[in-house]
Design a protein around this ligand. Sequence first.
Ligand SMILES: Cc1cc2nc3c(=O)[nH]c(=O)nc-3n(C[C@H](O)[C@H](O)[C@H](O)COP(=O)(O)O)c2cc1C
Length: 291
Amino acid sequence: MIDYEKKGFFNIHTLVNKDNANISNSDNKHIYSQLMSGNGNSPMLGYLLNMNKQNLNDFKSIMFYNESNLASLINEAREMEELIDSSTLFLSKTNKKIKTHFSKVLEQRHSTRNFVYETMDLSTFSNIIQFSFGLSTRKLVYNDLQSTTRHYSSGGGLYPIDVFLYINNISGIAKGIYKYQPYTHSLHPLEVDKIDVESFFVGDNIDTSNMNFCVFFGYSINKNYVKYGELSLLNTFVELGGISHNFDLVCHSVHYTSCPIAGFNKSYLEKLLYLDGINDHIIFSNICGKE
Ligand SMILES: Cc1cc2nc3c(=O)[nH]c(=O)nc-3n(C[C@H](O)[C@H](O)[C@H](O)COP(=O)(O)O)c2cc1C
């Protein structure tokens, strides 16, 4: 029997795709072949074709940042961006060493979208956040400057990605949206009237009711565009992959599971997190729970 609702998806015989009014005529196979023949525009292909092309303005700013060690200066001052008041929640500083063997963690890592409802204790949560997004104990010393580092690499040491969390089931932390503050290893709550958790992700395959928490990665263009220009996006996406994968590995190492999620509701989340969607964007998400 033909499922008429799905028929449009499978009708590969609809070869005439010039009629723009008929949106079911378009599919990625046709779009792709038109792009390869140079008959269409794609922001993604445009970016890829021009990637790594650097102009004089890029060399000027890159050299200025490198010669003046500006990233270290900026990082020294970034603690002042963090909000400390009576609502700030400081996470545990006494982090336990991860004892699970690294090869075992690599072998066991897998994506999980369904969880059992089990409260995560605060120290496990602090540990996951510290090793995934926090400052590392390693310091870089340049003459009179001391620069902080993290457990992941970052183009030019500029760390343009911020971490927002929705806490669902962690002992000692109220449900809600928080911004993670790495310098003070703390959470600052965002005042949000109404949170519609079901609108976080596209579709219904992510178990938001049983998860312990989820992570939204925010990117502020100004943090690295002023140095790298158009190269910034590549740097940011590579850094993002590093952070998200680190998070997957850390979760598995403490016997929780995770799932990187590109299917998030960008505009809903940006509105919720007071991000303007111009300079500040949500670019990826991840989720953590007990399988
Ligand atoms: C960049 C990226 C985006 C992803 N987006 C989604 C997503 O939107 N929804 C989802 O259910 N899984 C998503 N995943 C998880 C993949 O489906 C999963 O990694 C893949 O099926 C391989 O399975 P494994 O992670 O268990 O090895 C994503 C993974 C990556 C790396």
